[in-house]
Design a protein around this ligand. Structure first.
Ligand code: ZN
Length: 205
């Protein structure tokens, strides 16, 4: 059977999304074909906006709407927030982590978003993930504490160690988000590594 070229292209394009394999992409493509054309056009319009309406801040790496009044890429609303705690910068691996932290905490300092984590095997070195920009930022700003909120994967930990060295060089205190027991979790269901970390990081009450 000859596969329709444009349908195959659509399926290939959908596999770009994280966590979407070929089977899921096929289901999505057929669902789009079978649904109202307006829905597909709406989706297409939002995808086009990635290029024309959303801008990444050169300073912190966060995304914001591109306003006509913005003369350059460093006037991001997040960097220009009022009543921000100038002493703190929180480093995350992805812009979506910022929204998670914002929703769950009352943190009121700056953020710095990396482009992922260090993974030389995948071609992601310090400059590829923006650590040169972070270093520049730390040497300019009057930051007193850097909060490491990278993931607890091997790559996230390696990235955290690298950043700690940069911060220490700039005489900035470094803290790392605590990791250990999850809330409402049962000890018997946790993996050995998590228990081991939680045990070693226990604190006096
Ligand atoms: Zn910014």
């Amino acid at each position: 059977m000859i596969k329709p070229k444009y349908l195959e292209n659509l399926i290939d394009a959908l596999t770009i999304l994280p966590g979407v394999g070929r089977k899921s992409a096929q289901r999505m493509a057929y669902s789009l074909l079978q649904s109202n054309i307006e829905k597909s056009l709406f989706l297409s319009e939002q995808l086009k906006n990635i290029e024309t309406k959303i801008i990444k801040c050169e300073k912190c790496g966060m995304y914001s709407d591109l306003e006509p009044s913005m003369s350059n890429q460093i006037n991001c609303p997040n960097c220009n927030r009022e009543n921000v705690n100038n002493d703190l910068v929180c480093v995350v691996e992805s812009a979506s982590d910022v929204y998670t932290i914002e929703e769950s905490t009352n943190y009121n300092g700056y953020y710095f978003v990396l482009q992922g984590n260090l993974s030389p095997i995948d071609g992601r070195g310090p400059s590829e993930i923006g650590l040169d920009k972070l270093e520049k930022r730390l040497s300019e700003k009057n930051i007193k504490e850097l909060i490491l909120a990278t993931n607890t994967t091997i790559e996230g930990e390696a990235t955290a160690h690298y950043i700690k060295d940069i911060a220490t060089k700039n005489n900035i205190n470094v803290s790392r988000l605590a990791f250990g027991l999850p809330l409402n979790g049962e000890i018997g269901f946790l993996d050995n590594e998590t228990i081991s970390h939680a045990f070693n990081e226990r604190k006096i009450l």
